[in-house]
Design a protein around this ligand. Structure first.
Ligand code: TYD
Length: 135
């Protein structure tokens, strides 16, 4: 699936720990945008789409949630719950986020500016695009 859990630097300190991300160093793309998802009511799901081009790196800065990824054939679930690692999600993967804990905070860095045209929001269309790509 080309998905990768990436450990970030963690500077442990009695004053509190510190982690960071550098583009093209800890993550394999240049950062064009950062957004975050928070105040998710219990039981809600986010995502349910794929991106044509956008690559993302997703971190649970606080709390926990699950990422469910589907490449058109198989599904994988990743539970994120620490702020010193994250999941690299390449383009052309269907993804959903659910099981958010109370007060969880998902930080997402993306390789492109926001562009609704980059979204694939229909799962059947996503599968069609994946099948075309295989040919
Ligand atoms: P969407 O990406 O569908 O949310 P999620 O995948 O996290 O459930 O985005 C929800 C809405 O927010 C949609 O109308 C587009 C808008 N949006 C922006 O304007 N800029 C952004 O950077 C993002 C991620 C979303």
């Amino acid at each position: 699936m080309n998905v990768k859990l990436i450990d970030l630097p963690k500077l442990e300190d009695p004053r509190g720990n510190l982690s960071f991300i550098e583009e093209e160093n800890h993550i394999p793309f240049k950062i064009k945008r950062t957004y975050w998802i928070y105040d998710v009511p219990g039981g809600e799901m986010r995502g349910s789409h794929a991106f044509k081009e956008s690559k993302e790196f997703i971190i649970a800065l606080s709390g926990s949630f699950d990422l469910v990824l589907n490449d058109g054939e198989k599904e994988m679930k990743y539970s994120l719950n620490r702020s010193y690692y994250g999941l690299y999600v390449p383009n052309l993967l269907w993804r959903s986020m659910d099981n958010f804990s109370t007060n969880s905070l998902a930080l997402i860095v993306s390789s492109i500016p926001y562009d609704e045209g980059d979204y694939i929001r229909d799962f059947d269309k996503f599968k069609m695009i994946k099948n075309e790509a295989k040919k």
